[in-house]
Ligand binder design. Structure first.
Ligand code: CP
Ligand code: NVA
Length: 313
């Protein structure tokens, strides 16, 4: 099934967004169709205050520009209010447990929680003890909001998912994991290309393969062949210490003009951002005419508004 033929239901079966593994292709399309509609309303300047009076608590244990600003602005555009909670300021950062934190939030009529954290298990714990929807704003293992925005961006660029090949170059971390799962579900041909020692965990690859076509390779030519979307992420994710061995291993997988020339002539470049020019991507590519990284960043806003609307309404 393609997104164009999907009939909206106006609801999700899931109560939370912890990872895309829990989402069916229909639910992913529900979010994407809603996001396209909300983007249209936003561009037309039409009010869409569907979450009037609702509060989203946003807990950050790691830094953020896009996630923080797009959730904060998104809930406001929907008529609700954001509550920014940096772990540096709340007792969670001084070892109060997730369990106690969420029990307290339960008492204050918080309507939703977005959390950016290290361990995926903390999100699971929030979902277990909280009486509100929980949204993963990035963990060490997954970045589902990013990948929903990425899927929306690929759809806007190509008008379909089937037959589109997306090759991710570099470190097999949180973004690669979510891309494999979300991409395979909607029918993208997903290839993750990098040195074997930094490849995604085999159990996540095996799981993603149950949903669709996923290739993992260290062969740049294989990844570049018939590629429509090149994607990269930083060598060192937040919380990882930079080390020369990893940098040396990942450098050959840099997305540069030479690599782009081996892909389809109308291929596009995507990156979750923030980017390190001269490392995982060159300036000529990320600032070049085939880069759609800022469309992609913009879609974080629209897609997360759809997620909040569908989970919190
Ligand atoms: N891509 C992304 O999640 O960016 P931030 O770290 O700025 O939120
Ligand atoms: N893999 C990166 C993504 C940042 C949005 C990180 O976790 O730091």
């Amino acid at each position: 099934m393609e997104l164009a033929s999907y009939k909206k239901k106006g609801r999700l079966n899931n109560k939370h967004l912890l990872t895309l593994r829990d989402y069916s292709v229909g639910e992913i399309y529900e979010i994407l169709s809603c996001a396209l509609r909300l983007k249209f309303l936003q561009k037309k300047g039409k009010k869409h205050e569907y979450l009037k009076g609702k509060t989203l608590a946003m807990i950050f244990e790691k830094s953020s520009t896009r996630t923080r600003v797009s959730f904060e602005q998104g809930i406001r555009q929907l008529g609700g209010s954001p509550m920014f909670l940096s772990s540096a300021d709340i007792q969670l950062g001084r070892n109060e447990t997730v369990h106690d934190t969420v029990q307290v939030l339960n008492r204050y009529d918080i309507d939703g929680i977005m959390m950016r954290t290290f361990e995926q298990s903390k999100l699971d714990e929030l979902a277990r003890y909280g009486n509100m929807p929980v949204i993963n704003g990035l963990s060490d293992d997954f970045h589902p909001c990013q990948v929903l925005a990425d899927l929306m961006t690929v759809y806007e660029a190509y008008g379909r998912f089937g037959g589109v090949k997306l090759s991710y170059f570099g470190d097999g971390g949180n973004v690669a994991n979510s891309l494999m799962i979300g991409g395979a579900k909607v029918g993208l041909d997903v290839c993750v290309c990098g040195p074997a020692e930094y490849a995604p965990k085999p159990e996540i690859v095996a799981e993603a393969r149950k949903f669709g076509k996923v290739t993992v390779t260290d062969d740049l030519d294989e990844a570049a062949r018939d590629c429509d979307v090149l994607y990269s992420d930083v060598f060192f994710s937040m919380g990882q210490k930079p080390d020369q061995k990893k940098e040396k291993a990942l450098m050959p997988y840099q997305v540069n003009a030479g690599l782009m020339a081996k892909t389809n002539p109308d291929s596009v470049f995507m990156h979750c951002l923030p980017a390190h020019r001269g490392e995982e991507v060159t300036t000529e590519v990320i600032d070049g005419p085939r880069s759609i990284v800022f469309e992609e960043a913009e879609n974080r806003l629209h897609v997360q508004k759809a997620v909040m609307y569908l989970l919190m309404k």
